[in-house]
Design a protein around this ligand. Structure first.
Ligand SMILES: C[S@@+](CC[C@H](N)C(=O)[O-])C[C@H]1O[C@@H](n2cnc3c(N)ncnc32)[C@H](O)[C@@H]1O
Length: 189
């Protein structure tokens, strides 16, 4: 089974160094998000993307989901500090998203699908919760040795992830190199 990110290191996920490596504004500019969308941040961690998503979605909502309560506690603290009120934080189960069918415009999965016990099931769950033509963004590490990042054996190769998503019923629309080590696939249900 892949490793789960240890919450003891959660400060690394919201560090200034990370902003240099992976600019959240640039990521948001590459996805088909609109200000009124309902978006799930699946595996939100301490909220590196949750806060920018919430600021962008000033007429919409974010469902911040994680299987580790400590991550959700950290996001909640940051949301209160930023006085953002359009985010619901929910502890989720490994294999089931706590959302209704067809209830989302977008599903945002940043560096979480490689931690899932069953990535295919996570894609199927995202598909179930998205409305027809809803968007999916999958951000991941390339499957090779890099400075930092998860163990190579846990990572999912870009072509394999694309194929899994197509098998789950998604239609690829775009792919992006986020930096030397990380990629993003954008799809439609
Ligand atoms: C590497 S962290 C990334 C956090 C955040 N998306 C970011 O980019 O900073 C991966 C997160 O996914 C969560 N996670 C792992 N498996 C999950 C699952 N099956 N469902 C929801 N969250 C999961 C972990 O608890 C962890 O907080």
């Amino acid at each position: 089974m892949p490793h789960k990110f240890d919450p003891i290191n959660k400060h690394l996920l919201v560090s200034a160094d990370r902003q240099m490596q992976l600019d959240t504004h640039r990521v948001l500019s590459l996805i088909p998000i609109l200000r009124y969308h309902a978006v799930a941040d699946v595996g939100c961690g301490p909220g590196y993307f949750t806060l920018p998503l919430a600021k962008y979605l000033f007429d919409g909502r974010v469902h911040a989901l994680d299987i580790q309560q400590e991550m959700l506690d950290a996001v909640r603290k940051e949301l209160e500090r930023a006085r953002l009120t359009n985010v619901e934080t929910t502890l989720t189960e490994e294999n089931r998203l706590p959302l209704e069918d067809d209830s989302l415009d977008g599903a945002f999965l940043a560096f979480s699908i490689h931690e899932a016990d069953d990535p295919r099931n996570m894609l199927a769950e995202a598909g179930r919760c998205l409305r027809p033509d809803g968007w999916l963004a999958l951000l991941e590490w390339h499957k090779r040795e890099t400075d930092g990042g998860p163990p190579v054996e846990d990572r999912i190769d870009e072509a394999d992830l694309r194929e899994m998503a197509v098998e789950a019923g998604f239609r690829p629309t775009n792919r992006h190199s986020l930096n030397d080590d990380q990629y993003m696939l954008v799809m439609r249900r």
